[in-house]
Unconditional design. Structure first.
Length: 49
């Protein structure tokens, strides 16, 4: 079950990154920040969580 969860996460990792990028871009746009900080790798995602 644990192995399946890891494979599930890796499969949808790019989708999660895409969602985080959209959220970060929208937040930065609303706050007037020039460039949002994108989540490019799983390490960044782990640090964020």
């Amino acid at each position: 079950m644990f192995y399946y969860n890891i494979m599930f996460f890796l499969k949808f990792n790019s989708l999660i990154q895409l969602i985080l990028n959209v959220v970060a871009y929208s937040t930065a746009k609303n706050k007037g920040i020039g460039k949002p900080m994108p989540f490019m790798s799983t390490d960044d995602l782990k640090n964020y969580v």
